[in-house]
Ligand binder design. Structure first.
Ligand SMILES: Nc1ncnc2c1ncn2[C@@H]1O[C@H](COP(=O)(O)OP(=O)(O)OP(=O)(O)O)[C@@H](O)[C@H]1O
Ligand SMILES: [Mg+2]
Length: 406
């Protein structure tokens, strides 16, 4: 924010007009996917200037932003250019070049959340080590680089165990569950040219998460605890409020607060957790950005996760979110193995359902496991919201349009 104020002072030498600052805040986002699109939609509502850095010219955010730098997320020159053209840099993915971002941060550029925090989180092993050093509850883990390491870790954890790529993985793509001895060869293959960690398999009762935000004055606010159901390692459904005990909610909030207290930097963070028997909480991982499990907040809360993030990174007041209605979010995810241009069929049917909001990300090509959109359903009864959301999802068909496209 300091750079915004400095620039405004240069423009208005007599006095700083806060409205002018808001209007002219230039936000740079690394990544131009659906999260960047939804961050930008809030920023544009307040007439801010938004630049994204993304290698794909027609990426989801491209239709709502002011300018795109088309380059790889790790491209040093592109990141420097982004820094020079905006007042604050944030990110919607953990794939950015944290070395360059750390250097820029040390030279006075505003990177939120802090580039050092990004570095600590983008390496899943380092992230776990930091949580462990701070006595936060996590599944047992071990760094694994060689076949020998793998066998040693399996001896410790037994079957099943979860092998995870340390870097650049998301939507479960970097995870491999070693079910039994029969998967061993596959696991060794998975490990080739990839630094990994192995985790004990957690027999959780539920997966839950919390969006929690902090600004530079130390103000902290939390969105409600949500329940997440995954399919094939990818988030499928989010249910809010989470159907867990009052004690469970208390534990989850406590762990979320404790986790945030060891993270430097401002912005919104998604804390993914496993809830076990007796409401025991283990942290799965941290996302230093808005998160898929917080999308429901656009329709269901007094403030969305995206606006909270913008407020945090610009050092504006944060608002304690109020949940207006129970809600269920269901993802629309590519199903077929092959990649092809597509169109959604059934849109009108979903739009005819009261309480349902359809979000289409605008990705041109579908592929298996790719998030293409989501639907949020509000309903005073949570079970009926779940049924409605599933119904909506079944109404949407992903049609191959390669023929039409030629
Ligand atoms: N140790 C574990 N025990 C049991 N299940 C696990 C474990 N680790 C991960 N999973 C399952 O796999 C899912 C994805 O794992 P994880 O969050 O590590 O991957 P990711 O690629 O970062 O996913 P995302 O981008 O969706 O957050 C988890 O939400 C959970 O359902
Ligand atoms: Mg995850």
């Amino acid at each position: 924010m300091t750079r915004v104020i400095e620039r405004s002072i240069k423009i208005y030498t007599d006095k700083v007009d806060p409205l002018y600052i808001v209007k002219h805040a230039r936000i740079g986002i690394i990544g131009g996917g659906q999260l960047a699109k939804m961050i930008a939609q809030v920023a544009k509502r307040m007439s801010m200037y938004v630049i994204i850095l993304d290698p794909t010219p027609n990426c989801p955010a491209s239709t709502v932003i002011d300018r795109q730098i088309v380059a790889d997320f790790k491209d040093e020159n592109a990141i420097r250019q982004l820094a020079n053209e905006c007042d604050v840099i944030t990110y919607e993915i953990e794939l950015g070049n944290s070395d360059i971002l750390i250097e820029l941060e040390m030279n006075g550029f505003s990177i939120h959340p802090s580039a050092k925090t990004l570095r600590n989180i983008q390496d899943k092993l380092l992230q776990k080590q930091i949580l462990k050093e701070n006595n936060l509850p996590i599944p047992d883990f071990m760094g694994v680089e060689t076949k020998e390491d793998l066998l040693k870790a399996l001896e410790k954890f037994g079957y099943p165990a979860v092998l995870k790529a340390r870097f650049d993985s998301y939507d479960g793509r970097g995870n491999f569950v070693i079910e039994s001895k029969e998967n061993l060869d596959e696991a060794i293959k998975f490990l080739k040219n990839k630094k990994c960690l192995m985790e004990e398999y957690v027999p959780f009762v539920k997966e839950v998460s919390v969006m929690i935000a902090k600004n530079s004055r130390g103000q902290v606010v939390r969105h409600p605890v949500v329940e997440n159901i995954h399919k094939d390692n990818i988030l499928d459904i989010t249910i809010v409020p989470a159907r867990i005990s009052t004690k469970g909610i208390k534990e989850v909030k406590y762990v979320a607060d404790a986790t945030l207290s060891v993270l430097n930097g401002v912005g919104i963070f998604g804390i993914e957790m496993f809830l076990g028997k007796d409401d025991k909480v283990l942290i799965n991982e941290i996302a230093p950005r808005p998160h898929n499990s917080g999308h429901y907040s656009i329709e269901a809360c007094s403030i969305s996760q995206f606006e909270q993030h913008i407020r945090a990174i610009l050092d504006f007041p944060l608002i304690e979110p109020i949940l207006h209605s129970p809600a269920v979010m269901i993802n629309i995810i590519g199903e077929d193995d092959s990649n092809y241009p597509y169109a959604f069929e059934g849109i009108k049917d979903v739009l005819a359902i009261p309480g349902a909001s359809l979000h289409i990300y605008g990705k041109k090509i579908t592929r298996k496991g790719r998030k293409l959109g989501h639907i949020t359903v509000l309903d005073s009864n949570i079970e009926s919201a779940i049924q409605k959301a599933k119904k909506c999802r079944s109404l949407i068909r992903i049609e191959d349009i390669s023929d039409i496209n030629g």
